[in-house]
Design a protein around this ligand. Structure first.
Ligand code: TXA
Ligand code: MG
Length: 318
């Protein structure tokens, strides 16, 4: 198992040796390595068991460092960055050659973000390279929102996890790029579409589909627990003959399922609280002695859109 601690110097020592470690962010925990070191990037793909065609996000601590890694930043990008960074936003921008091919899977754009977590910001501030960090879960499984989640899944493959407590946002960053002047959201996440549109106007939102992936990392089956997650339609009856059932609800318990098998994302109907709990609750229900986890979609607005995206993708088994 990895050591879990708050020792930034140890984190720096390992990273500068080309090792990969777990780091906290406000969205989910990352599996981090020196983004400018191809061997470290290769280690990330290996530890995560991630296909090399699925590129990595790089993390830095300030907008002032962007010009070292990307070649073009227009005013609209600055407006977004200044308003929402640090925060749960990732920008796709034309990369400079200093970023290894492996990190972007050969693409011309690099994904870049500034995580809003004091420990990781302090770490990034002390490094003279950015950190490449995908979510610290084995490919296809639920993202980790605590150091313990990381340790349970990857603890035998890494030496150290920087402990920043529970993630406050709880779902991954929103990814936005620009094609011929159009702003495109490639992944719904912890920053709502409404907040982004308040700064750049109407954006195009790409919906995920297994038959028509428009960008790497848009594979539909993702974020999934090990038990089958079944999506219930409104007022749909539950087939009790199938076995023991758990339920992940938004505000209200389900009348036909034992209460001890149920968790509510936010009894008050608060989307932020729901996002914060989503992955941890999926894990809790996954660990129960049940055969299926039933769930329902949230209202399709605010962070409900990103939460529904994760639920839809987790319910598809391929
Ligand atoms: O909140 C987050 O973004 C977390 C934390 C750790 O920062 N990171 C994260 O990374 O979710 P990951 O690797 O699990 O998801 C990154 C997504 C992938 O779907 C990947 O395909 C996409 O970003 N991506 C990365 N670089 C890209 C690029 N150059 N062009 C298009 N998509 C890219
Ligand atoms: Mg991920």
């Amino acid at each position: 198992m990895a050591i879990i601690g708050k020792d930034i110097d140890e984190a720096i020592r390992l990273l500068s040796d080309g090792e990969v470690i777990g780091i906290p962010t406000e969205t989910v925990y990352g599996l981090a390595g020196n983004a400018l070191n191809t061997d470290a990037a290769a280690k990330i793909f290996e530890v995560k068991n991630r296909p090399s065609f699925d590129p990595l996000i790089i993390h830095t601590n300030s907008i002032e460092r962007f010009p070292s890694y990307v070649s073009e930043i227009d005013e609209r990008v600055y407006a977004l960055a200044e308003k929402f960074m640090p925060g749960p936003l990732t920008l796709l921008l034309p990369r400079k050659n200093i970023i290894p091919d492996l990190v972007t899977s050969g693409l011309d754009n690099v994904a870049i973000r500034i995580p809003k977590h004091p420990l990781t910001l302090e770490l990034l501030c002390q490094l003279d390279y950015p950190l490449a960090a995908p979510s610290a879960n084995p490919f296809g499984y639920i993202s980790p929102t605590s150091a313990t989640h990381v340790n349970n899944q990857l603890g035998d493959k890494i030496k150290y996890i920087l402990d920043g407590g529970d993630c406050q946002v709880g779902i991954e960053s929103t990814i936005i790029g620009f094609v011929e002047n159009e702003a495109i959201v490639y992944r719904k996440g912890g920053l709502s579409i409404e907040e982004i549109e308040g700064v750049v106007g109407k954006v195009k939102v790409i919906e995920h589909s297994s038959s028509n992936p428009q960008a790497p990392g848009m594979l539909k089956s993702h974020y999934a627990p090990k038990k089958p997650l079944v999506l219930l339609e409104k007022n749909q009856a539950i087939d009790q003959s199938k076995g023991n059932i758990a339920y992940l609800g938004f505000q209200h318990y389900h009348a036909d399922i034992p209460l001890e098998n149920q968790l509510l994302l936010s009894p008050n109907g608060d989307f932020r609280e729901a996002a914060k709990h989503l992955f941890a609750y999926m894990r809790q229900l996954d660990a129960m002695a049940v055969d299926y986890i039933y769930t329902q979609l949230l209202p399709e607005k605010d962070l409900g859109r990103a939460i529904n995206d994760r639920i839809r993708r987790a319910t598809v088994k391929e």
